[in-house]
Design a protein around this ligand. Structure first.
Ligand code: SAM
Ligand code: SF4
Length: 350
């Protein structure tokens, strides 16, 4: 008779964050605010947002404390997002404090940011000086009237200026993100790729996901990865780039490269099997998936007057492990019983 396997020894601080499906977690997405300077239709309602109470938003010290524990447990990338991360008044200080964190091997962490680009020219030198490593800027259309309709704000010039500042800065890789939408911007896909190439950036198209605060997502209206590739293949020869690892975007070289284009096909070609991401909301909730309906509340740990015996760091470590242990093998967007999370994308952190 085979000997029964010994029970796995309990994880302790410093062990990697490995889930029950063997996925090692390396990337923590930190939402800095649920507020935004735009109101993209696929993300937020035009009016009637229920904003997080300001007192519930994590302070810089609280974010740093969580990040230190996460880095000790093997997280190597912090991606700052929101809402709009540049609305946070202490954004340069956030980057500086997180960039100073090192992992158990003494190696520094990588600080990435996803932004709509508004205010970027003004703060970019400070961000780079503070240690920002990478930028993704969202740009769904090059047409001012469309931009206004889609984001409910007439701010395309500010976004383009932010992208120009990023291009001039030399910070690379620089990525531009667009949600592809039927009858909204699906006639601009190749133009967006041309624009990205002209700015030394890589264009990435995202399949629209059911994460809008208004719960109006309609699968039949979604532009699929196949449709995106077909539109681009009409202009360029595309060659798949192998070795994607845990990255959400699959990539194709354009006319043999070196430029590439990416597609994030969360709906038609889910990449959950290689997911290495965790999320922290602006109000201190850990999430193991964009689509999860369970959150792990760090606030009582951070703000309790009587910290647990294990200390605050020990309790954060334990909650990171509980969150990772609870991760399902994949999201269920394609399941008829799928339930959209209560929070919109701006409050989860994209
Ligand atoms: N405000 C910043 C921005 O727009 O880049 C950062 C936060 S935003 C939530 C992060 C990314 O999520 C953006 O690239 C946005 O296009 C994407 N996003 C938002 N809602 C989405 C949805 N329903 N489906 C797919 N992508 C979405
Ligand atoms: Fe704001 Fe980004 Fe959401 Fe657009 S996608 S409303 S820019 S948080």
């Amino acid at each position: 008779m085979p000997t029964p396997a010994a029970p796995a020894s309990p994880a302790s601080p410093g062990d990697l964050l490995v889930d029950t499906h063997g996925r090692v977690h390396r990337d923590l997405r930190i939402s800095l605010t649920d507020r935004c300077s735009l109101r993209c239709t696929y993300c937020m309602p035009e009016q009637g947002n229920e904003w997080l109470a300001r007192s519930s938003i994590l302070t810089l010290d609280e974010i740093e404390q969580i990040a230190r524990v996460a880095a000790a447990d093997g997280i190597t990338t912090f991606r700052l997002t929101g809402g709009e991360p540049l609305l946070r008044p202490d954004i340069v200080e956030v980057v500086a404090r997180l960039a100073a964190i090192t992992g158990p091997d003494g190696r520094g962490v990588e600080i990435a940011m996803t932004t709509n680009g508004i205010r970027l020219r003004e703060v970019l030198p400070g961000l780079i000086g503070a240690g920002l490593s990478r930028l993704n800027i969202s740009l769904d259309t090059l047409r001012r009237d469309r931009f206004h309709e889609l984001t409910r704000r007439d701010r395309l010039d500010d976004v383009l200026d932010g992208i120009a500042a990023a291009a001039e800065s030399g910070l690379r890789p620089l990525k531009l993100n667009a949600v592809a939408m039927r009858d909204v911007n699906d006639d601009e896909l190749a133009d967006l790729v041309e624009f990205a190439i002209g700015h030394g950036a890589e264009m990435r198209f995202i399949e629209q996901m059911p994460l809008d605060a208004g719960h109006t997502w309609d699968r039949s209206r979604m532009v699929t990865q196949d449709e995106i590739l077909a539109a681009l293949a009409a202009r360029w020869r595309l060659t798949a780039v192998p070795g994607r690892g845990g990255a959400p975007a699959a990539r194709w070289l354009i006319d043999d490269g070196p430029t590439a284009v990416g597609v994030i096909a969360s709906v038609t070609a889910p990449f959950c099997g290689d997911c290495d991401r965790l999320r922290l909301t602006a109000d201190g909730q850990l999430r193991n998936c964009l689509f999860s309906t369970t959150e792990y509340d760090l606030v009582p740990i951070l703000r309790s007057q009587e910290p647990a015996e294990t200390g605050v760091d020990g309790s954060i470590d334990r909650m990171l492990r509980d969150c990772v242990r609870g991760k399902l093998p994949g999201h269920a967007i394609n399941d008829p019983a799928f339930l959209q999370p209560a929070r919109g994308m701006n409050a989860i952190g994209g």
